[in-house]
Design a protein around this ligand. Structure first.
Ligand code: AHM
Ligand code: MG
Length: 324
């Protein structure tokens, strides 16, 4: 029998000690993702796939749909009095909503937006933190996340959630309701797929070069098996594939991103994906330690991201410890 998100959350509150208000925060985020899925589906007809004409705090050109997605998140989050703060990729500063709620949400409202004009999967990523509304501390390591997840807007809309233990996936049905489609997701420990932007090879460090060249060498190389490379250019879509069938995603620190600390953002890209991957039995590292243990210094901080199947992440870690 299909189980709607609302029932699943009610059971988590009744049986697993999940905070009722936290479950409400997840329902609010799910409502934002459901609305956004509808907007994305019709965006080419509405002429909304172009540039918005300004840049965000990251210095990236905002698409019209980046702005629309951010507005949808703000609209929904404002309706929930338990959420006092929003950190968004599209907002320079943390947005203080006018209430005293004990939760903060960090999100990338529309990840992979360069794929919008070619109708390739994009997503929303989110992380939920507990805050004291009087003096909110947003710079908490990922281990402190109460819950995290993402929505992937593909042929169907998936909503993947974790409280840090199990990982579950819901699918948006024809009534605009998320229903459980996969329980207890585990990422296979071994895999023969890796995801990295190979056009950046000339900027890579020794560990990344060694890992990729071992994979490319296939069954005749030290890995002793054949690999395929996949790169969608939407982190959500690449991670979703890896969560479902194994693999590894790498956006390492390279010589071009060293000044910025990496490409992807810690609070609303790396941490939620790391929580999901670890809860599914996979790994998540910077190459020099667990992503989830990094102490953030700024809300838009960037970080190297290497996540996926346990054996692959361990092999990368070993190459980094060798590199020093
Ligand atoms: P965004 O949050 O501005 O969309 O940027 C993040 C995206 C990720 O989804 C994706 O993995 C990466 O940037 C792609 O980078 P590249 O352009 O180097 O392929
Ligand atoms: Mg992003």
């Amino acid at each position: 029998m299909t189980q709607p998100l609302h029932h699943w959350l009610a059971a988590a509150v009744a049986n697993d000690g999940v905070d009722l208000k936290l479950s409400g925060v997840l329902e609010t985020i799910a409502a934002a993702c459901a609305e956004l899925a509808g907007v994305l589906r019709l965006a080419p007809i509405a002429g909304q796939t172009g540039l918005a004409g300004h840049t965000n705090v990251q210095g990236e050109a905002q698409k019209e749909l980046d702005v629309i997605s951010n507005d949808i998140f703000i609209k929904h989050l404002r309706k929930n009095a338990d959420i006092s703060i929003l950190v968004s990729e599209e907002l320079d500063e943390a947005l203080h909503l006018e209430n005293h709620g004990a939760f903060a949400v960090a999100c990338d409202p529309l990840d992979g937006s360069s794929n919008l004009d070619v109708n390739v999967t994009v997503g929303s990523i989110f992380s939920i933190l507990a805050v004291d509304p009087g003096s909110p501390d947003l710079l908490q390591p990922g281990t402190k996340q109460l819950a995290a997840g993402y929505a992937a807007y593909g042929p169907s809309t998936s909503l993947v959630l974790t409280f840090g233990t199990a990982v579950v996936c819901f699918t948006l049905d024809e009534n605009g309701q998320f229903v459980l489609s996969q329980d207890n997701i585990t990422v296979p420990a071994a895999s023969g797929e890796f995801a990295i932007n190979t056009a950046r090879e000339r900027f890579w460090d020794e560990a990344t070069k060694a890992y990729v060249s071992q994979n490319v060498a296939g069954e005749t190389g030290p890995a002793g098996k054949r690999y395929n490379m996949r790169w969608i250019g939407s982190m959500v879509a690449d991670i979703h594939r890896i969560l479902m069938r194994g693999g590894i995603f790498l956006y390492p620190l390279d010589s071009e991103t060293t000044d910025k600390g990496g490409r992807l953002r810690l609070l609303y890209e790396a941490n939620p994906m790391a929580l999901i991957m670890e809860a599914a039995g996979g790994g998540a590292t910077t190459g020099h330690g667990r992503i989830l243990e990094v102490q953030p210094k700024a809300i838009h901080q960037r970080i190297p991201v290497i996540v996926g199947s346990k054996d692959e992440v361990e092999r990368v870690n070993a190459l980094y410890s060798h590199q020093g």
